[in-house]
Ligand binder design. Structure first.
Ligand SMILES: NC(=O)c1ccc[n+]([C@@H]2O[C@H](COP(=O)([O-])OP(=O)(O)OC[C@H]3O[C@@H](n4cnc5c(N)ncnc54)[C@H](OP(=O)(O)O)[C@@H]3O)[C@@H](O)[C@H]2O)c1
Length: 320
């Protein structure tokens, strides 16, 4: 990938896409194409085809996807399945037809079995029952991973790359309490508790489950690294994690300190805990030479600064 290579970032307004565009611009990549959802709906097959035909991108970061929390996944499984599969399918087909050099697709750790041994290795895919609440989304992601392999095999190419980032956080994350992931939800809850001078905050579950999180800018770095080292990758998916996991209790303590909340934290153990651990074995990708570089505290400070700037301007709900 050269500084003047034509690079398309699908989904550049989202958490990961915005981190990739920021990093690429910082590195001096000058020929980047990006279209907002309203300008180009990737579920529209003819629009996607037309876009690739006209623009002829050489490299594609396919970060566009429909993402959401447990409630959204349970309420709209058909929309999650249809939207993600149709977007992927349209983009993959056009990328193949118009000879994109490399395309990166993003799976999710929910593709691995619910009772997977930990840490989760790439080969555990399709070896057991997945979590029911996100089944439709996970099946769409699995279809994307299988599609990457299938296109590479059938067309004898290494065009398609599949990365599996663990739960990401960072600027532009979704802070809607019904749709957010654990860290963005904690930031919002602690921020609101601080602003309302609450002396206690009650969080769901025991606080014992462990979660691995990756800062969006590290996942962006991993993506650019994968693009540059595509010739070293095998025709399989690669896990991308930070290599460190924390209990929800530890995460809550760290977030409360960064946000500056001084009250007590209580745990409502009558509420469900979710999976006990979701830790990726990223050793295959680490063996190629990538390393995450942001510790949780630094990533959280950057994320909370972004949150503060955007909540003040009333912009947070735009992504909700
Ligand atoms: N966030 C995580 O923790 C996580 C973890 C593992 C994997 N992933 C995967 O990584 C990828 C990036 O995640 P993310 O968190 O950055 O997602 P995100 O913040 O929700 O961003 C998704 C992007 O896709 C765009 N998009 C959605 N539907 C579209 C359509 N029909 N046509 C064109 N663009 C469309 C969105 O634009 P609008 O907002 O305007 O609709 C947005 O720019 C996704 O595939 C996700 O499944 C995410």
């Amino acid at each position: 990938m050269y500084k003047d290579s034509k690079i398309y970032i699908a989904g550049h307004t989202g958490l990961l896409g915005s981190a990739i565009i920021k990093r690429l611009k910082g590195l001096g990549y000058a020929n980047i194409i990006a279209k907002v959802h309203d300008e180009l709906d990737l579920t529209n097959q003819s629009a996607a085809d037309e876009f690739f035909k006209n623009e002829q991108p050489e490299y594609v970061f396919m970060t566009a996807g429909l993402t959401g929390g447990i409630i959204a996944n349970k309420t709209y499984p058909a929309i999650f399945l249809h939207t993600n599969i149709s977007m992927q399918d349209n983009v993959f087909e056009a990328a193949n037809k118009y000879n994109v050099k490399h395309l990166i697709f993003y799976g999710s750790s929910c593709i691995y079995p619910k009772k997977s041994p930990q840490p989760m290795k790439e080969e555990y895919l399709l070896t057991g029952q997945i979590e029911e609440t996100s089944e439709a989304y996970a099946i769409a992601k699995m279809a994307g991973i299988v599609a990457c392999k299938a296109y590479n095999n059938q067309y004898k190419t290494n065009r398609f790359i599949a990365l599996i980032p663990n739960s990401m956080y960072g600027p532009k994350d979704n802070f809607d309490l019904e749709n957010s992931h654990v860290l963005s939800a904690l930031i919002r809850r602690f921020h609101e508790a601080k602003m309302n001078k609450m002396d206690k905050i009650v969080l769901w579950g025991s606080g014992n489950p462990r979660r691995e999180l990756i800062f969006s800018e590290d996942a962006a770095e991993a993506s650019i690294f994968a693009m540059k080292n595509a010739d070293k990758l095998q025709n399989t998916h690669y896990n991308i994690g930070s290599g460190v996991d924390y209990s929800i209790k530890e995460l809550a303590e760290i977030v409360s300190q960064i946000v500056g909340y001084k009250g007590r934290i209580e745990w409502d153990t009558a509420k469900p805990d979710g999976a006990q651990r979701k830790f990726l074995d990223s050793s295959k990708f680490l063996d190629i030479g990538w390393r995450p570089s942001t510790n949780l505290e630094d990533g959280l400070r950057i994320t909370y600064e972004w949150f503060l700037e955007n909540i003040q301007e009333g912009l947070l709900n735009e992504r909700v």
